[in-house]
Design a protein around this ligand. Sequence first.
Ligand code: HEC
Length: 149
Amino acid sequence: MRRTGGLRLVSIVVAASTALLSGSAGRADQAADEAYERPYKICGQNVVDRGTYNGYRRYHAYCHVCHGPDGLGSSYAPNLVDSLKVMKRDDFSQVVAGGRQNLAGGKESVMPAFYEVADVMNYLEDIYSYLKARSDGQLGRGRPERCPS
Ligand code: HEC
């Protein structure tokens, strides 16, 4: 039975890569990627969707002590507005969940792991969304407003 399952998986993977190669599916895939990497919505100047607004609040509750207000960095931790210009969403999630350390050359640079902090992990998309909107230059500093619902 397991063997059959494995074979089925292989054929799904093959079908998926074939779809990727065909033009229209490729474009749909690109649009999906874009939506994944940029989950925020902007309704006006400094007016954002509910998730992004929530991300602003969570960021300032859990991250800004090290990464500075508005994601702009501090002497201790990097500027995340800059980081997200190159960092992909999955890499971001991985660092936040798993943490990271750089103890080279007598430095003591520690990003804590948040995988046990539900208030962060449950809203990882929102926090990412907020920082990505900042990074893309779509959202200014300070507290945003929420799109009318
Ligand atoms: C105790 C301080 C501290 C807190 C709190 C903290 N960070 Fe960090 N973070 C760091 C440090 C220091 C680094 C750099 C680690 C290194 O040198 O590898 C870092 C690195 C990162 C990176 C990688 C940046 C890059 O350019 O590679 C991301 C993403 C990140 N933090 C996101 C967050 C988020 C989101 C939160 C809040 C949920 C958060 N951090 C809370 C200290 C902190």
